[in-house]
Ligand binder design. Structure first.
Ligand SMILES: Cc1ncc(C[n+]2csc(CCOP(=O)(O)OP(=O)(O)O)c2C)c(N)n1
Length: 351
């Protein structure tokens, strides 16, 4: 949908059934890779939930179970050299880019082999080798950094672009609007991906904003916008591709609003149906019927003759990878206390 409305309508109403996925001309192996990537994220986050419940993970862990299609759909269209920036809820962004499971689990358990050497935890993932340039706890903080990376990409002239993920809560930060203005004026190769899960912490967007669609701010800044079902990995991919093509050709930055819902609470493993002013067990159950993983598996079975047990087969292989990452992380060493200040300042880079 090339949205012009201020309101999300059926996209935000889980009682409205969504159509089956249109697989378009995406090759079956790419669809299977997308299914595996979404499952890898889901099973990894379920394992993280278990680590928090068991008291093994001490850092705050924000889980995005239910939102996997957004990061996977976007990563499907990115290229080597693109730079991706995350949020406080970035396991999916990091893993979809190909970030290491071992390094993620080690980071969450505070081990020296972690993505940030065990000094950051779940909200400080980093894998520049696969284009994931970092996640941070401060809402909106990576938005201007991504705009800077897009400016650098434009100056380098090699066709790369930058991507910033954020939630609907980030539109309430001034820097979001400042970066959008600058990027539009400079026609930066920049893609903003707003995972609109309809909540900021425990507060429903309807109680925070006069309208529930965030893309309206981007249209006001003369950006190209697309508003999609964020639980449809193909819809996300196709819209992201259109926006990225325009942005890379200096036709202006792109704003993708992917409407989705997190199955767990704001932070930690609980479903949080007992907090907030609207989130209810019925609403959560309705959103689970829009499960992005099950929907892709169903489309693969009906449209591409995948075996009916496609999900179970893929899950058991990935489950082993996740278990192995947790086992490695448990037995890894903690950082030395004397290393605490080692990585606070970057080394000067000589050109
Ligand atoms: C600048 C700033 N203000 C407040 C917070 C506290 N905080 C952490 S996450 C969050 C909610 C963010 O909601 P949203 O951007 O919609 O992302 P979601 O959690 O839904 O993925 C808030 C208010 C923060 N980390 N940084």
């Amino acid at each position: 949908m090339n949205g012009t409305s201020h309101f999300l309508g059926p996209l935000a109403d889980p009682a409205t059934p969504m159509p089956s996925l249109e697989l378009q001309n995406v090759p079956t192996d790419a669809l299977m890779a997308a299914l595996n990537s979404m499952l890898r994220i889901r099973l990894a986050e379920e394992a993280v939930a278990g680590l928090v419940e068991a008291g093994e993970a001490k850092c705050p862990c924000h889980l995005g179970i239910g939102q996997e299609a957004v990061a996977v759909g976007v990563s499907m269209i990115l290229k080597a050299g693109d730079r991706v920036y995350g949020t406080h809820r970035s396991h999916s962004h990091y893993l979809a880019q190909g970030g290491s499971l071992d390094a993620m689990m080690a980071e969450i358990l505070g081990k020296a082999s972690g993505a940030s050497r065990g000094m950051g935890g779940s909200m400080h993932l980093y894998a520049p080798n696969v284009g994931f340039e970092g996640s941070v706890p401060i809402v909106g903080a990576t938005i201007p950094i991504a705009a800077g990376a897009a400016l650098a990409a434009k100056m380098d002239g090699k066709g790369a672009m930058a991507v910033a993920y954020f939630g609907d809560g980030a539109c309430e930060e001034g820097v979001f609007h400042e970066a959008m203005n600058m990027a539009a004026v400079m026609k930066l190769p920049l893609l903003f991906v707003c995972e609109n899960n309809l909540y900021s912490s425990h507060l429903d967007i309807k109680l925070r904003q006069p309208a529930d669609s965030v893309a309206r701010f981007a249209r006001a800044h003369a950006w190209h916008t697309e508003v999609v079902d964020g639980n449809d990995v193909i819809a996300v991919k196709v819209a992201a591709q259109r926006l990225a093509d325009a942005a890379r050709q200096a036709n202006g930055p792109g704003f993708l609003e992917a409407v989705t819902f997190r199955w767990r609470g704001h932070v930690g493993p609980s479903e949080n149906v007992d907090v907030g002013l609207r989130r209810s067990a019925e609403e959560l159950a309705a959103w689970k019927r829009r499960d992005p993983v099950a929907r892709l598996a169903a489309a693969l079975i009906s449209e591409r003759n995948a075996p009916v047990e496609v999900l179970e087969t893929a899950s058991s292989a990935i489950h082993q990878q996740v278990e192995s990452a947790v086992t490695h992380a448990r037995s890894a060493l903690y950082p030395e206390p004397r290393a605490l200040l080692d990585y606070v300042y970057a080394e000067a880079v000589s050109r």
